[in-house]
Design a protein around this ligand. Sequence first.
Ligand code: SF4
Length: 282
Amino acid sequence: MDYLATKYLRSRKIPSSACSGCGLGQCHKALVKAIDDLGYERNDIIWGTSIGCAGRQTFATWKGDSFAGTHGRVYAIARGLRLALAPEKRLVLTVGDGDAFGIGFNHLLHAVRTNAQMTVMVCDNLGYQSTGGQYGWTTPPGVVTDSSPYGMFEPNWVQPGRDVLMILKEAGATFLARHVSMDGGVLVETLRKALRNNGFSLVHVVYPCTTNFGKNALGSRKPVDIFRWIKSHAKPLGLEKEDTIWRTGIYLDASNSRPEFSQFMREKVEEIRRRHGNEGAH
Ligand code: SF4
């Protein structure tokens, strides 16, 4: 990561400000590796961040242009930027589970609906960890959190039958995947595919929070305990077992199958201009 960090990240953000043992660095590393593999330079990418651990730890980290949106607004800002930017510029967003699947869900759906080019990595720490470890929209069933002392009993967004990736598929996304942060090269390969899609891509990555989730849910802050627990409950799609919480892999790859939002808008504007120009000539 050292040469990648020097090439792409601001020196004041190295090392990361995340807690010791946090899995967020694995997410970030995989994304930067995928960017480098595809030959992007730092000026090719505009990086957006949100709130919470995922947003705060990656905020203003990218050496190129970056921006931040509070409380789920990052997708709305990204859609506006998508129209303003040159088509070859790539938008990359690192957001948390709250920003993606909770408070920001409505904004996310509209980015999906319009197939606006952005590669969204949802770094999921399984709840509100930056505020002390309350449960959220992806907290696994039964686990103890700061706000669920008897175990999480609300339905969540990754359970079969209400998997949020299937909702996003119906809403019009063109690339969707799920991984855990320790998936290594497989995660990097998925991110490369997501980045190649000239449309809306989302990769949901579950990562271990050592400070709050580990302590509350597993009674341990040891990274090895939390990493093992998450890994043992993740299985590739089609190989699920009874205790599987996260089905991993590519859920949908319809890359480049329908017009990208800003491309469509530019063509539409040209068409209207031509039509009105012709009308004016008669
Ligand atoms: S609170 Fe948890 S998720 Fe947030 S930086 Fe610390 S270990 Fe990572």
